[in-house]
Design a protein around this ligand. Structure first.
Ligand code: ZN
Length: 311
């Protein structure tokens, strides 16, 4: 069963549905009653004639409720209230500071219109700024596009250059392959697998160079030994280290003698030619017809170098 609307007279919610049947005529009645002021409405009567298709009680009650709930004036008023609420909502949206004054509706409309006009002027000014910005952005975009075009052109040139260089590399690779195959085909191995004469010649040269090198090495060693020998022979030997092992008292040696300088009291060193007497263990100065005189102060000695032959 549908919901019952409140009583249109007193506003009471607790209405109820009534139903009755006349036992004599068999006519049926349905209606709605207000639970407070007892007003009734929506009456629905069904007269019974033979052969009629009869509604049952539920169907009749539904019809009564439908009639009770049908309120065209109330519905029209509610619709109008909704429209006006919407209009008030719109006005407060357009001008949020608006104070509702139901006594001066035209003033309110005028005020809102002024507000809307001012807002439109504001928006138009903003639109001008935006149009300027859009124009600027468009110019910027055109510049960028031009720049991109030039980059594309440059890229195309670079690609062409790359292709050229790749071709050159390809040619160089081919030339290199040709050189390699020429080297292997002509210079190294003959078709029967033996080494080619030019290679044999080179190998002989290498062998000879290696032999020359080992000969030079032996020669250098001998020379170094000889240098060491000569250096040893040239060396001044301290008398504290060893003395000549000669048994001939006339053999002469170069010696370094240190003696006191009478004039200034210092020491003078000089090289002299002297013989060594192994029996007396003394260095002797040869004074010709006056004989040999022993000398003190010899610190070093060495063999006399061999004198060159006179031509
Ligand atoms: Zn009532």
């Amino acid at each position: 069963m549908s919901e019952l609307k409140p009583c249109p007279f007193c506003g009471e919610q607790s209405a109820y549905v009534g139903y009755t049947r006349d036992p004599f005529s068999d006519n049926r009645y349905a209606w709605v009653n207000c639970g407070k002021c007892h007003s009734s409405g929506g009456q629905f009567k069904q007269d019974v004639y033979p052969g009629d298709k009869l509604l049952n009680r539920d169907e009749m009650e539904s019809e009564a409720i439908k009639r009770w709930n049908t309120r065209p004036i109330e519905d029209a008023l509610n619709k109008r209230i909704a429209e006006l609420s919407q209009a008030v909502g719109l006005i407060t949206t357009l001008k949020p500071t608006m104070v509702m004054d139901a006594n001066h509706p035209l003033d309110m409309v005028r005020e809102v219109a002024e507000h809307v006009t001012a807002r439109i002027a504001e928006l138009e000014a903003e639109k001008c700024v935006l149009v300027d910005q859009q124009r600027e952005a468009k110019n910027h975009l055109i510049d960028k596009n031009l720049h991109i075009d030039s980059l594309y052109e440059e890229g195309y040139k670079l690609q062409q250059r790359i292709a050229e260089l790749e071709e050159q590399v390809w040619d160089l690779n081919l030339a290199n392959e040709r050189l390699e195959s020429a080297y292997f085909a002509d210079e190294t191995i003959a078709p029967d697998g033996s080494l080619k004469p030019s290679v044999c010649k080179l190998m002989k040269r290498v062998e000879k160079a290696e032999t020359d090198y080992s000969i030079s090495e032996a020669h250098v060693t001998a020379l170094l030994n000889r240098i060491a020998e000569l250096e040893a022979a040239q060396r001044w030997i301290p008398v504290s280290e060893r003395l000549p092992d000669t048994k001939i008292v006339y053999d002469k040696f170069d010696v370094i003698v240190e003696f006191e300088n009478i004039k200034n009291g210092g020491t003078t060193r000089c090289v002299e030619l002297m013989s060594y007497d192994y029996r007396n263990k003394s260095w002797n100065d040869d004074c010709g017809e006056y004989g040999f005189y022993p000398v003190a102060g010899v610190t070093h000695w060495r063999e006399r170098p061999t004198l060159p032959e006179v031509e």
